[in-house]
Design a protein around this ligand. Structure first.
Ligand SMILES: *[C@@H]1O[C@H](CO)[C@@H](O)[C@H](O)[C@H]1NC(C)=O
Ligand SMILES: *[C@@H]1O[C@H](CO)[C@@H](O)[C@H](O)[C@H]1NC(C)=O
Ligand SMILES: *[C@@H]1O[C@H](CO)[C@@H](O)[C@H](O)[C@H]1NC(C)=O
Ligand SMILES: *[C@@H]1O[C@H](CO)[C@@H](O)[C@H](O)[C@H]1NC(C)=O
Length: 143
């Protein structure tokens, strides 16, 4: 952790802990976008969107256990991972966005349909990608 001075770091960590639903990562790191459904979900359709891209394709789209490659936005090709291949049965719909760039900052939304119910939004996460540097760059967020 490249923070100085010490006090600023403490403030930063404290504020991170209180900023629910904002995920902060540094450029080049991986971001975990969390989303959970019921653990008994079946027949799952899962899609993650990034609304500010204003496109009709997706961060990732899965239907009946299959990744829909054609529906994925080029920006995310090869960079989005579901860690657990059993995602369909454990209700963990989180995805890992690898090697983030400053452009990846923004809001991500998780939509899912399961158990023959209509599509619903399950979570919305704000991703903030920080440049490499010390904590002075980030202390002004989340007041
Ligand atoms: C929503 O996302 C936040 C982090 O972005 C996570 O802490 C929380 O558990 C998620 N909630 C659901 C219901 O998926
Ligand atoms: C859900 O999956 C994400 C990404 O693989 C992981 O980081 C997280 O710990 C998982 N959540 C639980 C409650 O296991
Ligand atoms: C991460 O992204 C940068 C910029 O897009 C690229 O130069 C680099 O090779 C990528 N690293 C990995 C490990 O994919
Ligand atoms: C990042 O976004 C800016 C503005 O939206 C765009 O001009 C630039 O090409 C993007 N860079 C990458 C690597 O996607």
């Amino acid at each position: 952790f490249m923070c100085r001075p010490f006090l600023i770091c403490i403030l930063y960590l404290f504020k991170s802990a209180t900023c629910q639903k904002e995920v902060k990562v540094r450029q080049g790191e991986n971001a975990i976008l969390e989303c959970y459904g019921p653990s008994d979900a079946t027949e799952i359709m899962l899609r993650w969107t990034k609304p500010d891209l204003q496109t009709d394709n997706y961060v990732i789209y899965l239907k009946d256990g299959h990744f829909q490659k054609d529906l994925q936005n080029d920006l995310f090709k090869g960079r989005v991972e579901l860690k657990d291949s059993k995602w369909m049965t454990n209700g963990n719909f989180s995805v890992i966005l690898q090697n983030v760039t400053l452009n990846d900052s923004g809001t991500y939304e998780c939509y899912a349909a399961y158990n023959n119910q209509p599509v619903q939004i399950l979570n919305s996460t704000s991703l903030k990608v920080e440049e490499q540097g010390d904590c002075f760059l980030v202390v002004d967020v989340c007041f």
